[in-house]
Write a new protein. Structure first.
Length: 100
């Protein structure tokens, strides 16, 4: 089953205590304690995960971009690119779509 994303779809990370990560030179090594899987994320995906884990509610790709820009003064990227990352997080078990 493929997870398609849409601008209206909102995501939440798995509980923060289920994720351990380290950042080196703009890349992130992330361990999902729920699944036992370890993933290497690039800079965009790592920043998206950081925003999602810190969020107090489920976020869309556009919400992630707005929060990142507000916190850093820099653009993270197009919401469509962020939506692709969020869909991949769903496949990897790092995030899940929020109930509609």
């Amino acid at each position: 089953m493929s997870m398609s994303t849409s601008p209206a779809l909102r995501w939440r990370s798995v509980p923060s205590e289920a994720i351990a990560w380290r950042e080196w030179d703009g890349e992130f090594v992330v361990r999902n304690e729920r699944s036992g899987s370890t993933h290497l994320l690039g800079a965009l995906a790592g920043q998206v995960l950081k925003v999602l884990v810190a969020a107090d509610r489920p976020l869309s790709g556009a919400d992630v971009e707005q929060r990142f820009a507000a916190a850093t003064g820099h653009s993270l990227g197009a919401a469509a690119e962020i939506d692709v990352v969020l869909g991949e997080f769903g496949r990897l078990g790092l995030a899940e779509p929020a109930p509609a």
